[in-house]
Write a protein that binds this ligand. Structure first.
Ligand SMILES: *[C@@H]1O[C@H](CO)[C@@H](O)[C@H](O)[C@H]1NC(C)=O
Ligand SMILES: *[C@@H]1O[C@H](CO)[C@@H](O)[C@H](O)[C@H]1NC(C)=O
Ligand SMILES: *[C@@H]1O[C@H](CO)[C@@H](O)[C@H](O)[C@H]1NC(C)=O
Ligand SMILES: *[C@@H]1O[C@H](CO)[C@@H](O)[C@H](O)[C@H]1NC(C)=O
Ligand SMILES: *[C@@H]1O[C@H](CO)[C@@H](O)[C@H](O)[C@H]1NC(C)=O
Ligand SMILES: *[C@@H]1O[C@H](CO)[C@@H](O)[C@H](O)[C@H]1NC(C)=O
Ligand SMILES: *[C@@H]1O[C@H](CO)[C@@H](O)[C@H](O)[C@H]1NC(C)=O
Length: 485
Protein backbone atom coordinates (compact mmCIF):
# COMPACT_ATOMS: atom_id res chain seq x y z
CA UNK A 1 0.00 0.00 0.00
CA UNK A 2 2.81 2.38 0.73
CA UNK A 3 4.16 2.09 -2.79
CA UNK A 4 1.16 3.59 -4.64
CA UNK A 5 0.85 6.23 -1.96
CA UNK A 6 4.38 7.33 -2.51
CA UNK A 7 3.45 7.82 -6.14
CA UNK A 8 0.90 10.42 -5.15
CA UNK A 9 3.70 12.23 -3.45
CA UNK A 10 5.63 12.26 -6.69
CA UNK A 11 2.65 13.53 -8.61
CA UNK A 12 2.07 16.32 -6.16
CA UNK A 13 5.63 17.47 -6.10
CA UNK A 14 5.62 17.66 -9.87
CA UNK A 15 2.47 19.77 -9.62
CA UNK A 16 4.34 22.19 -7.43
CA UNK A 17 7.07 22.37 -10.02
CA UNK A 18 4.60 23.13 -12.75
CA UNK A 19 3.06 25.95 -10.84
CA UNK A 20 6.47 27.33 -10.19
CA UNK A 21 7.45 27.05 -13.80
CA UNK A 22 4.28 28.70 -14.95
CA UNK A 23 4.64 31.75 -12.82
CA UNK A 24 8.32 32.17 -13.58
CA UNK A 25 8.72 31.20 -17.18
CA UNK A 26 5.46 31.64 -18.94
CA UNK A 27 5.41 35.44 -19.15
CA UNK A 28 8.77 35.54 -20.84
CA UNK A 29 7.81 32.61 -22.97
CA UNK A 30 4.97 34.49 -24.54
CA UNK A 31 7.15 37.54 -25.00
CA UNK A 32 5.18 39.75 -22.69
CA UNK A 33 8.05 42.17 -22.31
CA UNK A 34 6.88 43.83 -25.53
CA UNK A 35 10.13 43.19 -27.35
CA UNK A 36 9.19 43.14 -30.95
CA UNK A 37 10.38 39.80 -32.20
CA UNK A 38 10.65 39.16 -35.87
CA UNK A 39 9.41 36.07 -37.54
CA UNK A 40 12.97 34.91 -38.17
CA UNK A 41 13.82 35.10 -34.52
CA UNK A 42 10.80 33.07 -33.64
CA UNK A 43 12.07 30.14 -35.65
CA UNK A 44 9.38 28.80 -37.91
CA UNK A 45 6.28 30.83 -37.30
CA UNK A 46 3.85 28.36 -38.76
CA UNK A 47 0.81 30.44 -38.11
CA UNK A 48 -0.10 33.85 -36.84
CA UNK A 49 -3.43 34.97 -35.57
CA UNK A 50 -4.89 35.62 -38.96
CA UNK A 51 -6.66 38.69 -37.61
CA UNK A 52 -4.27 41.47 -38.37
CA UNK A 53 -5.41 45.02 -37.92
CA UNK A 54 -4.52 47.63 -40.49
CA UNK A 55 -1.79 49.33 -38.49
CA UNK A 56 0.97 46.85 -37.66
CA UNK A 57 2.40 49.17 -35.01
CA UNK A 58 -0.71 48.65 -32.95
CA UNK A 59 -1.16 45.04 -33.74
CA UNK A 60 -0.85 42.07 -31.53
CA UNK A 61 0.42 39.03 -33.28
CA UNK A 62 0.97 35.59 -31.99
CA UNK A 63 3.40 33.12 -33.40
CA UNK A 64 3.85 29.60 -32.35
CA UNK A 65 6.48 27.31 -33.67
CA UNK A 66 7.38 23.76 -33.10
CA UNK A 67 10.98 24.63 -32.39
CA UNK A 68 13.51 27.37 -32.30
CA UNK A 69 17.15 26.85 -33.24
CA UNK A 70 17.80 25.14 -29.93
CA UNK A 71 14.91 22.81 -30.32
CA UNK A 72 12.68 24.53 -27.83
CA UNK A 73 9.05 25.29 -28.41
CA UNK A 74 8.46 28.96 -28.78
CA UNK A 75 5.31 31.02 -28.54
CA UNK A 76 5.88 34.64 -29.30
CA UNK A 77 3.48 37.46 -28.77
CA UNK A 78 4.47 40.50 -30.72
CA UNK A 79 3.10 43.41 -28.76
CA UNK A 80 2.73 47.01 -29.88
CA UNK A 81 5.76 49.17 -29.32
CA UNK A 82 6.42 50.28 -25.77
CA UNK A 83 6.10 54.01 -26.37
CA UNK A 84 2.67 53.70 -27.88
CA UNK A 85 1.71 51.07 -25.43
CA UNK A 86 1.96 53.06 -22.23
CA UNK A 87 -0.10 55.90 -23.61
CA UNK A 88 -2.72 53.88 -25.24
CA UNK A 89 -5.49 52.89 -22.86
CA UNK A 90 -6.85 50.47 -25.34
CA UNK A 91 -3.60 48.60 -25.46
CA UNK A 92 -3.44 48.61 -21.72
CA UNK A 93 -6.77 46.93 -21.56
CA UNK A 94 -5.64 44.47 -24.11
CA UNK A 95 -2.64 43.75 -21.98
CA UNK A 96 -4.85 43.02 -19.03
CA UNK A 97 -6.93 40.82 -21.20
CA UNK A 98 -3.88 38.97 -22.34
CA UNK A 99 -2.81 38.45 -18.77
CA UNK A 100 -6.21 37.14 -17.98
CA UNK A 101 -6.04 34.72 -20.84
CA UNK A 102 -2.62 33.65 -19.74
CA UNK A 103 -3.90 32.91 -16.30
CA UNK A 104 -6.73 31.01 -17.84
CA UNK A 105 -4.46 29.00 -20.05
CA UNK A 106 -2.35 28.06 -17.10
CA UNK A 107 -5.36 26.87 -15.24
CA UNK A 108 -6.60 24.80 -18.12
CA UNK A 109 -3.22 23.17 -18.30
CA UNK A 110 -3.37 22.33 -14.63
CA UNK A 111 -6.80 20.87 -15.16
CA UNK A 112 -5.52 18.77 -18.00
CA UNK A 113 -2.90 17.27 -15.81
CA UNK A 114 -5.44 15.96 -13.41
CA UNK A 115 -6.99 13.21 -15.36
CA UNK A 116 -10.12 11.68 -14.03
CA UNK A 117 -8.19 8.56 -13.30
CA UNK A 118 -5.76 10.24 -10.98
CA UNK A 119 -8.51 12.04 -9.15
CA UNK A 120 -10.39 8.84 -8.57
CA UNK A 121 -7.22 7.21 -7.44
CA UNK A 122 -6.48 9.88 -4.88
CA UNK A 123 -10.04 9.87 -3.62
CA UNK A 124 -9.95 6.12 -3.19
CA UNK A 125 -6.72 6.29 -1.29
CA UNK A 126 -8.10 8.99 0.91
CA UNK A 127 -11.11 6.91 1.85
CA UNK A 128 -8.79 4.08 2.76
CA UNK A 129 -6.60 6.35 4.81
CA UNK A 130 -9.48 7.91 6.68
CA UNK A 131 -10.96 4.47 7.31
CA UNK A 132 -7.73 3.26 8.71
CA UNK A 133 -7.39 6.33 10.88
CA UNK A 134 -10.85 5.83 12.34
CA UNK A 135 -10.16 2.19 12.95
CA UNK A 136 -6.93 3.09 14.61
CA UNK A 137 -8.64 5.51 16.94
CA UNK A 138 -11.23 2.94 17.88
CA UNK A 139 -8.54 0.39 18.51
CA UNK A 140 -6.61 2.86 20.58
CA UNK A 141 -9.65 3.57 22.69
CA UNK A 142 -10.41 -0.07 23.32
CA UNK A 143 -6.94 -1.42 23.08
CA UNK A 144 -7.15 -3.14 26.36
CA UNK A 145 -9.69 -5.49 24.90
CA UNK A 146 -7.56 -6.16 21.86
CA UNK A 147 -4.64 -8.40 21.45
CA UNK A 148 -1.46 -6.39 21.67
CA UNK A 149 -0.09 -7.81 18.46
CA UNK A 150 -3.04 -6.69 16.39
CA UNK A 151 -2.82 -3.26 17.90
CA UNK A 152 0.82 -3.01 17.11
CA UNK A 153 0.34 -4.01 13.48
CA UNK A 154 -2.32 -1.42 12.85
CA UNK A 155 -0.34 1.22 14.68
CA UNK A 156 2.67 0.52 12.49
CA UNK A 157 0.57 0.78 9.36
CA UNK A 158 -0.92 4.02 10.55
CA UNK A 159 2.47 5.50 11.30
CA UNK A 160 3.50 4.61 7.81
CA UNK A 161 0.52 6.37 6.30
CA UNK A 162 0.17 9.35 8.57
CA UNK A 163 2.62 11.62 6.70
CA UNK A 164 0.49 11.28 3.62
CA UNK A 165 -2.54 12.97 5.11
CA UNK A 166 -1.16 16.47 4.70
CA UNK A 167 -0.21 15.54 1.16
CA UNK A 168 -3.81 14.69 0.46
CA UNK A 169 -4.94 17.93 2.03
CA UNK A 170 -2.62 19.77 -0.26
CA UNK A 171 -4.05 17.98 -3.20
CA UNK A 172 -7.54 19.04 -2.24
CA UNK A 173 -6.41 22.63 -1.89
CA UNK A 174 -5.01 22.43 -5.39
CA UNK A 175 -8.31 21.09 -6.61
CA UNK A 176 -10.04 24.13 -5.10
CA UNK A 177 -7.67 26.34 -7.00
CA UNK A 178 -8.68 24.60 -10.17
CA UNK A 179 -12.32 25.40 -9.49
CA UNK A 180 -11.40 29.01 -9.00
CA UNK A 181 -9.61 28.99 -12.32
CA UNK A 182 -12.65 27.56 -13.95
CA UNK A 183 -14.69 30.48 -12.69
CA UNK A 184 -12.12 32.79 -14.11
CA UNK A 185 -12.52 31.22 -17.50
CA UNK A 186 -16.25 31.78 -17.34
CA UNK A 187 -15.57 35.32 -16.30
CA UNK A 188 -13.60 36.06 -19.40
CA UNK A 189 -16.70 36.58 -21.47
CA UNK A 190 -17.94 39.28 -19.14
CA UNK A 191 -14.55 40.92 -19.03
CA UNK A 192 -14.66 41.09 -22.76
CA UNK A 193 -18.07 42.68 -22.68
CA UNK A 194 -16.81 45.36 -20.31
CA UNK A 195 -13.98 46.06 -22.64
CA UNK A 196 -16.39 46.44 -25.49
CA UNK A 197 -18.39 49.06 -23.64
CA UNK A 198 -15.33 51.04 -22.65
CA UNK A 199 -13.83 50.91 -26.04
CA UNK A 200 -16.93 51.91 -27.84
CA UNK A 201 -16.50 51.30 -31.47
CA UNK A 202 -13.56 49.02 -31.08
CA UNK A 203 -14.24 45.87 -33.00
CA UNK A 204 -15.36 43.46 -30.36
CA UNK A 205 -15.56 40.53 -32.69
CA UNK A 206 -12.03 41.04 -33.75
CA UNK A 207 -10.83 41.38 -30.19
CA UNK A 208 -12.66 38.30 -29.17
CA UNK A 209 -11.36 36.22 -31.98
CA UNK A 210 -7.84 37.40 -31.32
CA UNK A 211 -8.09 36.47 -27.69
CA UNK A 212 -9.46 33.03 -28.36
CA UNK A 213 -6.91 32.53 -31.04
CA UNK A 214 -4.22 33.48 -28.60
CA UNK A 215 -5.54 31.05 -26.09
CA UNK A 216 -5.54 28.28 -28.62
CA UNK A 217 -1.96 29.02 -29.64
CA UNK A 218 -0.71 29.19 -26.09
CA UNK A 219 -2.43 25.98 -25.29
CA UNK A 220 -1.02 24.16 -28.29
CA UNK A 221 2.41 25.49 -27.51
CA UNK A 222 2.27 24.52 -23.87
CA UNK A 223 1.15 21.10 -24.82
CA UNK A 224 4.17 20.72 -27.03
CA UNK A 225 6.39 22.05 -24.29
CA UNK A 226 5.04 19.84 -21.64
CA UNK A 227 7.18 16.84 -21.29
CA UNK A 228 6.73 14.47 -18.46
CA UNK A 229 6.91 11.20 -16.78
CA UNK A 230 4.75 8.30 -17.87
CA UNK A 231 2.06 7.58 -15.29
CA UNK A 232 -0.58 5.70 -17.23
CA UNK A 233 -1.42 3.88 -20.45
CA UNK A 234 -4.99 3.84 -21.73
CA UNK A 235 -6.95 0.87 -22.94
CA UNK A 236 -5.94 -0.11 -26.45
CA UNK A 237 -7.85 0.90 -29.56
CA UNK A 238 -7.55 -1.54 -32.46
CA UNK A 239 -7.03 0.47 -35.61
CA UNK A 240 -6.75 -2.40 -38.07
CA UNK A 241 -6.33 -6.13 -38.26
CA UNK A 242 -3.85 -7.07 -40.93
CA UNK A 243 -0.53 -8.74 -41.59
CA UNK A 244 1.39 -11.46 -39.83
CA UNK A 245 2.16 -11.91 -36.18
CA UNK A 246 5.18 -9.59 -36.40
CA UNK A 247 5.55 -6.17 -37.90
CA UNK A 248 5.60 -2.46 -37.31
CA UNK A 249 3.55 0.56 -38.25
CA UNK A 250 3.76 4.25 -37.51
CA UNK A 251 3.17 7.83 -38.49
CA UNK A 252 5.86 10.47 -38.83
CA UNK A 253 6.05 12.62 -35.68
CA UNK A 254 7.76 15.40 -37.63
CA UNK A 255 5.34 15.40 -40.55
CA UNK A 256 3.71 18.71 -41.44
CA UNK A 257 0.27 19.34 -40.01
CA UNK A 258 -2.41 17.46 -41.85
CA UNK A 259 0.02 14.81 -43.08
CA UNK A 260 -1.14 11.63 -41.38
CA UNK A 261 0.46 9.16 -43.74
CA UNK A 262 0.77 5.73 -42.20
CA UNK A 263 3.81 3.53 -42.74
CA UNK A 264 3.49 -0.20 -42.52
CA UNK A 265 6.07 -2.98 -42.50
CA UNK A 266 4.94 -6.55 -42.24
CA UNK A 267 7.37 -9.12 -40.84
CA UNK A 268 10.75 -8.83 -39.16
CA UNK A 269 12.97 -10.76 -41.47
CA UNK A 270 14.21 -10.30 -44.99
CA UNK A 271 11.42 -8.04 -46.19
CA UNK A 272 12.01 -4.76 -47.96
CA UNK A 273 8.58 -3.46 -48.96
CA UNK A 274 7.22 -0.51 -47.01
CA UNK A 275 3.60 0.44 -47.46
CA UNK A 276 2.52 4.04 -47.37
CA UNK A 277 -1.16 4.82 -46.73
CA UNK A 278 -2.29 8.30 -47.61
CA UNK A 279 -3.88 8.95 -44.22
CA UNK A 280 -4.91 7.29 -41.01
CA UNK A 281 -8.46 7.21 -42.36
CA UNK A 282 -7.26 5.43 -45.51
CA UNK A 283 -5.30 2.99 -43.41
CA UNK A 284 -8.35 2.15 -41.35
CA UNK A 285 -10.80 1.84 -44.21
CA UNK A 286 -8.91 0.71 -47.27
CA UNK A 287 -6.17 -1.41 -48.68
CA UNK A 288 -5.06 1.38 -50.95
CA UNK A 289 -1.35 2.00 -50.47
CA UNK A 290 1.84 2.90 -52.27
CA UNK A 291 4.75 0.52 -51.94
CA UNK A 292 8.41 1.47 -51.55
CA UNK A 293 11.10 -1.10 -52.21
CA UNK A 294 14.03 -0.48 -49.87
CA UNK A 295 17.52 -1.10 -51.30
CA UNK A 296 18.13 -3.62 -48.50
CA UNK A 297 15.83 -5.77 -46.44
CA UNK A 298 15.35 -4.89 -42.79
CA UNK A 299 15.91 -6.74 -39.54
CA UNK A 300 13.50 -6.71 -36.63
CA UNK A 301 10.67 -4.25 -36.09
CA UNK A 302 12.68 -1.30 -34.82
CA UNK A 303 12.19 0.95 -37.84
CA UNK A 304 11.08 4.52 -37.42
CA UNK A 305 9.82 7.14 -39.87
CA UNK A 306 11.06 10.60 -38.99
CA UNK A 307 10.88 13.79 -41.00
CA UNK A 308 10.20 12.08 -44.31
CA UNK A 309 12.79 9.30 -43.99
CA UNK A 310 12.70 5.78 -42.71
CA UNK A 311 15.53 4.67 -40.42
CA UNK A 312 16.03 0.93 -40.29
CA UNK A 313 18.50 -1.75 -39.35
CA UNK A 314 19.93 -3.42 -42.44
CA UNK A 315 19.37 -7.16 -42.52
CA UNK A 316 22.15 -9.24 -40.88
CA UNK A 317 24.23 -6.26 -39.86
CA UNK A 318 24.51 -3.46 -37.36
CA UNK A 319 24.18 -0.88 -40.07
CA UNK A 320 21.52 1.79 -39.76
CA UNK A 321 20.13 3.15 -42.99
CA UNK A 322 18.30 6.39 -43.55
CA UNK A 323 16.12 6.14 -46.63
CA UNK A 324 14.42 9.26 -47.95
CA UNK A 325 10.92 8.59 -49.25
CA UNK A 326 10.89 11.71 -51.39
CA UNK A 327 13.92 10.73 -53.42
CA UNK A 328 13.48 6.98 -52.90
CA UNK A 329 17.17 6.75 -52.09
CA UNK A 330 19.50 6.10 -49.20
CA UNK A 331 20.60 9.44 -47.81
CA UNK A 332 22.88 8.05 -45.11
CA UNK A 333 24.06 4.75 -43.76
CA UNK A 334 26.32 4.08 -40.82
CA UNK A 335 27.45 1.23 -38.64
CA UNK A 336 26.23 1.34 -35.06
CA UNK A 337 29.49 0.43 -33.36
CA UNK A 338 29.49 -2.58 -31.05
CA UNK A 339 25.76 -3.13 -31.35
CA UNK A 340 24.79 -6.80 -31.23
CA UNK A 341 22.80 -8.04 -34.21
CA UNK A 342 21.38 -11.18 -35.78
CA UNK A 343 19.55 -12.26 -32.66
CA UNK A 344 22.52 -11.74 -30.38
CA UNK A 345 20.67 -9.20 -28.22
CA UNK A 346 17.07 -9.33 -29.31
CA UNK A 347 14.05 -8.43 -27.21
CA UNK A 348 12.43 -11.34 -25.38
CA UNK A 349 10.27 -12.24 -28.37
CA UNK A 350 13.28 -12.73 -30.69
CA UNK A 351 12.78 -11.74 -34.30
CA UNK A 352 16.17 -10.11 -34.92
CA UNK A 353 14.94 -7.21 -32.79
CA UNK A 354 18.49 -6.31 -31.77
CA UNK A 355 18.42 -2.67 -32.77
CA UNK A 356 15.36 -0.58 -31.99
CA UNK A 357 15.16 2.92 -33.44
CA UNK A 358 12.77 5.45 -31.99
CA UNK A 359 11.88 9.11 -31.83
CA UNK A 360 10.70 11.13 -28.88
CA UNK A 361 10.40 14.85 -28.09
CA UNK A 362 14.18 15.10 -28.10
CA UNK A 363 14.89 13.39 -31.41
CA UNK A 364 16.24 10.11 -32.71
CA UNK A 365 17.44 7.27 -30.49
CA UNK A 366 18.85 3.78 -30.93
CA UNK A 367 18.30 1.12 -28.29
CA UNK A 368 20.49 -1.97 -28.47
CA UNK A 369 23.00 -3.99 -26.45
CA UNK A 370 26.72 -4.57 -26.62
CA UNK A 371 29.23 -7.14 -25.39
CA UNK A 372 31.02 -4.28 -23.63
CA UNK A 373 27.87 -3.65 -21.60
CA UNK A 374 27.38 -7.38 -20.99
CA UNK A 375 24.28 -7.61 -23.14
CA UNK A 376 22.55 -4.88 -21.19
CA UNK A 377 20.63 -2.14 -22.92
CA UNK A 378 22.58 0.78 -24.34
CA UNK A 379 20.74 3.96 -25.33
CA UNK A 380 22.28 6.23 -27.94
CA UNK A 381 21.10 9.61 -29.08
CA UNK A 382 21.70 9.85 -32.82
CA UNK A 383 22.15 12.78 -35.14
CA UNK A 384 19.30 12.22 -37.61
CA UNK A 385 21.33 13.65 -40.46
CA UNK A 386 24.67 11.91 -40.01
CA UNK A 387 23.55 8.92 -37.89
CA UNK A 388 26.50 9.61 -35.63
CA UNK A 389 26.13 8.92 -31.95
CA UNK A 390 25.76 12.16 -30.02
CA UNK A 391 25.83 10.51 -26.61
CA UNK A 392 25.32 7.05 -25.13
CA UNK A 393 23.99 5.75 -21.83
CA UNK A 394 24.59 2.26 -20.50
CA UNK A 395 21.89 0.66 -18.42
CA UNK A 396 22.01 -2.46 -16.31
CA UNK A 397 18.94 -3.99 -17.87
CA UNK A 398 19.51 -7.15 -19.94
CA UNK A 399 18.18 -6.56 -23.41
CA UNK A 400 17.03 -10.12 -23.87
CA UNK A 401 14.73 -9.99 -20.89
CA UNK A 402 13.04 -6.80 -22.06
CA UNK A 403 9.69 -7.24 -23.76
CA UNK A 404 9.82 -4.00 -25.67
CA UNK A 405 11.13 -0.51 -25.02
CA UNK A 406 10.04 2.98 -25.96
CA UNK A 407 11.29 6.47 -25.28
CA UNK A 408 9.25 9.40 -23.91
CA UNK A 409 10.85 12.74 -23.08
CA UNK A 410 14.31 11.25 -22.80
CA UNK A 411 13.29 8.38 -20.57
CA UNK A 412 13.44 4.80 -21.80
CA UNK A 413 10.54 2.64 -20.64
CA UNK A 414 10.96 -1.12 -20.70
CA UNK A 415 8.18 -3.68 -20.53
CA UNK A 416 8.41 -6.98 -18.72
CA UNK A 417 7.40 -9.21 -21.64
CA UNK A 418 5.59 -9.57 -24.91
CA UNK A 419 2.86 -12.11 -24.08
CA UNK A 420 0.32 -12.42 -21.31
CA UNK A 421 -0.03 -9.68 -18.71
CA UNK A 422 2.31 -6.87 -19.60
CA UNK A 423 3.50 -3.84 -17.76
CA UNK A 424 6.09 -1.14 -17.99
CA UNK A 425 8.39 -1.88 -15.09
CA UNK A 426 11.75 -0.23 -15.70
CA UNK A 427 12.49 3.37 -16.57
CA UNK A 428 15.91 4.83 -17.38
CA UNK A 429 16.16 8.62 -17.48
CA UNK A 430 18.89 9.91 -19.77
CA UNK A 431 18.49 13.34 -18.13
CA UNK A 432 19.72 12.07 -14.80
CA UNK A 433 21.39 8.80 -15.87
CA UNK A 434 19.36 6.98 -13.25
CA UNK A 435 16.81 4.21 -13.34
CA UNK A 436 13.82 3.23 -11.28
CA UNK A 437 11.37 0.39 -11.13
CA UNK A 438 7.81 1.37 -11.89
CA UNK A 439 4.58 -0.50 -12.36
CA UNK A 440 2.33 0.62 -15.18
CA UNK A 441 0.14 -2.16 -16.47
CA UNK A 442 -1.36 -2.11 -19.94
CA UNK A 443 -3.61 -4.45 -21.81
CA UNK A 444 -1.98 -6.90 -24.20
CA UNK A 445 -5.19 -7.56 -26.06
CA UNK A 446 -3.98 -10.06 -28.65
CA UNK A 447 -1.25 -11.64 -26.54
CA UNK A 448 1.83 -10.99 -28.64
CA UNK A 449 3.49 -7.59 -28.93
CA UNK A 450 6.30 -7.39 -31.45
CA UNK A 451 6.54 -3.61 -31.63
CA UNK A 452 5.77 -0.79 -29.21
CA UNK A 453 6.81 2.77 -29.93
CA UNK A 454 5.86 6.22 -28.75
CA UNK A 455 4.89 8.97 -31.15
CA UNK A 456 5.50 12.41 -29.60
CA UNK A 457 3.15 14.17 -31.99
CA UNK A 458 0.16 11.98 -31.15
CA UNK A 459 1.29 11.30 -27.59
CA UNK A 460 0.35 7.73 -28.28
CA UNK A 461 1.95 4.31 -28.29
CA UNK A 462 1.83 2.42 -31.55
CA UNK A 463 1.83 -1.34 -31.15
CA UNK A 464 1.82 -4.36 -33.42
CA UNK A 465 -0.13 -6.91 -31.46
CA UNK A 466 -0.35 -10.30 -33.15
CA UNK A 467 -1.51 -9.04 -36.55
CA UNK A 468 -3.45 -6.12 -35.10
CA UNK A 469 -2.38 -2.49 -35.28
CA UNK A 470 -3.18 -0.96 -31.95
CA UNK A 471 -2.92 2.48 -30.31
CA UNK A 472 -2.68 3.45 -26.66
CA UNK A 473 -2.87 6.94 -25.21
CA UNK A 474 -0.41 7.83 -22.52
CA UNK A 475 -0.76 10.00 -19.43
CA UNK A 476 2.27 12.09 -18.71
CA UNK A 477 2.88 14.13 -15.61
CA UNK A 478 4.68 17.25 -16.45
CA UNK A 479 8.07 17.77 -14.96
CA UNK A 480 9.44 21.01 -16.23
CA UNK A 481 11.97 23.15 -14.52
CA UNK A 482 12.74 26.59 -15.77
CA UNK A 483 16.41 25.75 -16.35
CA UNK A 484 15.38 23.30 -19.01
CA UNK A 485 13.56 25.91 -21.02
C1 LIG B 1 12.57 40.90 -23.61
O1 LIG B 1 12.80 39.66 -24.22
C2 LIG B 1 13.92 39.63 -25.06
C3 LIG B 1 13.93 38.29 -25.78
O2 LIG B 1 13.64 37.23 -24.92
C4 LIG B 1 15.15 39.86 -24.22
O3 LIG B 1 16.31 39.83 -25.05
C5 LIG B 1 15.06 41.23 -23.55
O4 LIG B 1 16.15 41.41 -22.68
C6 LIG B 1 13.75 41.32 -22.76
N1 LIG B 1 13.58 42.69 -22.30
C7 LIG B 1 13.21 42.99 -21.07
C8 LIG B 1 13.05 44.43 -20.79
O5 LIG B 1 12.97 42.11 -20.22
C1 LIG C 1 -2.97 36.60 -13.17
O1 LIG C 1 -2.35 35.89 -12.12
C2 LIG C 1 -1.50 36.70 -11.33
C3 LIG C 1 -0.78 35.80 -10.35
O2 LIG C 1 -1.64 34.83 -9.84
C4 LIG C 1 -2.29 37.80 -10.65
O3 LIG C 1 -1.45 38.62 -9.88
C5 LIG C 1 -2.99 38.64 -11.70
O4 LIG C 1 -3.83 39.59 -11.10
C6 LIG C 1 -3.82 37.76 -12.61
N1 LIG C 1 -4.32 38.60 -13.68
C7 LIG C 1 -5.61 38.69 -14.00
C8 LIG C 1 -5.94 39.65 -15.08
O5 LIG C 1 -6.47 37.99 -13.47
C1 LIG D 1 -15.32 38.39 -12.55
O1 LIG D 1 -15.47 39.63 -13.23
C2 LIG D 1 -15.75 40.75 -12.38
C3 LIG D 1 -15.90 41.96 -13.25
O2 LIG D 1 -16.33 41.63 -14.52
C4 LIG D 1 -14.65 40.91 -11.37
O3 LIG D 1 -14.98 41.96 -10.48
C5 LIG D 1 -14.44 39.64 -10.59
O4 LIG D 1 -13.35 39.75 -9.71
C6 LIG D 1 -14.18 38.50 -11.54
N1 LIG D 1 -14.05 37.27 -10.82
C7 LIG D 1 -13.02 36.45 -11.01
C8 LIG D 1 -13.03 35.19 -10.21
O5 LIG D 1 -12.11 36.67 -11.78
C1 LIG E 1 14.73 15.64 -20.06
O1 LIG E 1 15.39 16.67 -20.74
C2 LIG E 1 14.72 17.09 -21.92
C3 LIG E 1 15.61 18.06 -22.65
O2 LIG E 1 16.45 18.75 -21.77
C4 LIG E 1 13.38 17.70 -21.55
O3 LIG E 1 12.69 18.08 -22.71
C5 LIG E 1 12.57 16.67 -20.81
O4 LIG E 1 11.40 17.26 -20.33
C6 LIG E 1 13.34 16.08 -19.64
N1 LIG E 1 12.59 14.97 -19.14
C7 LIG E 1 12.22 14.84 -17.88
C8 LIG E 1 11.45 13.63 -17.55
O5 LIG E 1 12.53 15.66 -17.04
C1 LIG F 1 -5.44 5.43 -53.59
O1 LIG F 1 -4.39 6.29 -53.14
C2 LIG F 1 -3.86 7.14 -54.13
C3 LIG F 1 -2.74 7.94 -53.52
O2 LIG F 1 -2.07 7.23 -52.55
C4 LIG F 1 -4.95 8.04 -54.66
O3 LIG F 1 -4.43 8.84 -55.71
C5 LIG F 1 -6.12 7.21 -55.17
O4 LIG F 1 -7.18 8.06 -55.54
C6 LIG F 1 -6.60 6.25 -54.08
N1 LIG F 1 -7.65 5.38 -54.62
C7 LIG F 1 -8.76 5.11 -53.96
C8 LIG F 1 -9.70 4.17 -54.63
O5 LIG F 1 -9.00 5.61 -52.87
C1 LIG G 1 13.36 17.93 -41.56
O1 LIG G 1 14.05 17.92 -42.77
C2 LIG G 1 14.26 19.21 -43.34
C3 LIG G 1 14.96 19.03 -44.66
O2 LIG G 1 14.51 17.93 -45.33
C4 LIG G 1 15.08 20.05 -42.40
O3 LIG G 1 15.22 21.34 -42.91
C5 LIG G 1 14.41 20.11 -41.04
O4 LIG G 1 15.22 20.77 -40.11
C6 LIG G 1 14.13 18.71 -40.53
N1 LIG G 1 13.37 18.79 -39.30
C7 LIG G 1 13.69 18.08 -38.22
C8 LIG G 1 12.78 18.23 -37.07
O5 LIG G 1 14.66 17.36 -38.18
C1 LIG H 1 -6.65 9.38 -27.18
O1 LIG H 1 -7.24 10.57 -26.72
C2 LIG H 1 -7.86 11.34 -27.74
C3 LIG H 1 -8.32 12.63 -27.13
O2 LIG H 1 -8.97 12.43 -25.93
C4 LIG H 1 -9.00 10.53 -28.34
O3 LIG H 1 -9.61 11.26 -29.37
C5 LIG H 1 -8.45 9.23 -28.89
O4 LIG H 1 -9.49 8.42 -29.38
C6 LIG H 1 -7.69 8.49 -27.81
N1 LIG H 1 -7.03 7.36 -28.41
C7 LIG H 1 -6.90 6.19 -27.77
C8 LIG H 1 -6.08 5.18 -28.47
O5 LIG H 1 -7.41 5.97 -26.69
Amino acid sequence: MSVPLLKIGVVLSTMAMITNWMSQTLPSLVGLNTTKLTAERAGYPDRSTGVLPANPEESWQVYSSAQDSEGRCVCTVVAPQQSMCSRDARTKQLRQLLEKVQNMTQSIQVLDQRTQRDLQYVEKMEVQLRGLETKFRQVEENHKQNIAKQYKAIKAKMEELRPLIPVLEEYKADAKLVLQFKEEVQNLTSVLSDLQEEMGAYDYEELHSRVSNLEERLRACMQKLACGKLTGISDPVTIKTSGSRFGSWMTDPAAPEGDTRVWYMDGYHNNRFVREYRSMADFIATDNFTSYRLPHPWSGTGQVVYNGSIYFNKFQSHVIIKFDFKTSAISKSRQLDNAGYNNMYHYAWGGHSDIDLMVDEGGLWAVYATNQNAGNIVISKLNPGTLQIIKSWTTDHPKRSAGEAFMICGTLYVTNGYSGGTKVYYAYSTNSSTYEYIDIAFQNKYSHISMLDYNPRDRALYAWNNGHQVLYNVTLFHVISSQEL
